[in-house]
Ligand binder design. Structure first.
Ligand code: ASP
Length: 352
């Protein structure tokens, strides 16, 4: 992978644009009519406006670019390694990524970077850049502007992993994809957006993470022996049993009802207690799009709490999965993993 200079800098600021794939750079297959990824030259050709930006842009294309539904955590690691390699050389980073799993990648990266002092802005589009009504051009240009922005003291205006989509600047580990076909595809159900974006870009500095005091550390060891299970009435105990007893499993994110409630029947609870006894870390997040887990509220939640299930507070399922992978990769001792699941590491949940 080689870096290409796309536009030179006239104000000394430089942004690295990393193209991983996604709809933004897709073309229609003439035979199947399905959308397929193609190279960055195609994207660049359609956004000639970037040459009018005062800061410099260099580009890096992942080979081959992918549909983000094909992406695994190896893509997160690749992005993290590239950002780390070029961290000192750029003021900010924009990652072009498919929308389908963008919230997972953004969550994963948010945990992988400790003491991040520069913006990493993920964006993409719902309509390919070559189509007349594309949202890709505006998303890309705004993401680049955000990545190049400075505060009054000359520091990065944003020092977080974020998603920029349809003029919403969202903390990466608070984002979730809410629409398969609207331009307003991402929301942050439990946290404010990080900027008001209209004619001007007004950053909500009070909502941002504090600037780091230590050097950047990148953690690339992730443990993917994790399960995300959404409960529903009628979910068979045999299926739960099989899932919870999967070989190698170390962590479970349980998407429960309402404020963190689950069936309290003995068959279900026995499986949960046995998993906890085998040192499997179980985290409770709500399947409601908004709000937080409060297991003390109902008897059906209390039973989970007493079995050793942890609260995921108002974390998205994406953030909970990514945080578990990160902590299980970092720490051998499941007691420590449990402790840090309850610590707000990167602004991923709201303090109670
Ligand atoms: N399937 C595409 C992807 O995630 C969808 C998109 O980019 O909007 O790569």
């Amino acid at each position: 992978m080689t870096i290409k200079t796309t536009t030179p800098s006239s104000n000394g600021i430089k942004v690295l644009l990393i193209y991983t794939g996604g709809t933004i750079g897709m073309l229609e297959n003439p035979i199947t009519k399905g959308l397929e990824v193609c190279d960055f030259a195609y994207v660049a050709e359609h956004v000639q406006e970037i040459s009018q930006l005062p800061f410099g842009i260099d580009t890096l294309t992942f080979e081959p670019p992918c549909d983000s539904s094909d992406a695994g955590t190896d893509l997160w690691v690749q992005i993290a390694e590239m950002v780390t390699k070029y961290y000192d050389a750029y003021d900010g980073f924009v990652v072009l990524h498919g929308t389908d799993t963008m919230a997972y990648t953004a969550s994963g990266l948010s945990f992988m970077f400790e003491n991040l002092g520069k913006p990493i802005i993920l964006t993409g589009s719902q309509v390919p850049i070559g189509k007349l009504r594309t949202d890709g051009k505006e998303n890309l240009l705004t993401a680049l502007e955000v990545a190049a922005s400075k505060d009054n003291e000359g520091r990065a205006a944003v020092n977080e992993v974020c998603i920029l989509f349809n003029n919403n600047l969202i903390r990466g580990n608070r984002a979730t994809k809410v629409s398969a076909d609207q331009f307003n595809a991402f929301q942050s159900p439990n946290y404010h957006n990080l900027a008001e974006i209209g004619i001007e870009i007004d950053f909500n500095q009070h909502s941002m993470l504090p600037h780091p005091t230590g050097p950047l550390t990148t953690h690339t060891k992730l443990d993917t022996n994790v399960l995300l299970l959404k409960l529903f009435p009628g979910l068979s105990p045999e299926v739960i049993d099989a899932c919870f007893n999967a070989p190698g499993l170390r962590g479970i994110v349980l998407e429960t009802f309402g404020s963190g409630n689950a069936p309290s029947n003995e068959r279900f609870m026995k499986v949960v207690r046995e998993a906890v006894a085998r040192d499997i870390v179980i985290v409770n997040v709500t399947q409601c799009p908004q709000g937080k887990v409060q297991m003390e509220r109902y008897e059906t939640g209390r039973t989970l709490l007493s079995a050793g299930v942890l609260s995921g507070y108002d974390m998205t399922a994406e953030a909970a999965v990514a945080k578990l992978m990160y902590l299980l990769g970092l720490l051998e001792d499941s007691e420590q993993v449990k402790y840090y699941m309850g610590v707000n590491l990167r602004g991923e949940f709201s303090p109670c």
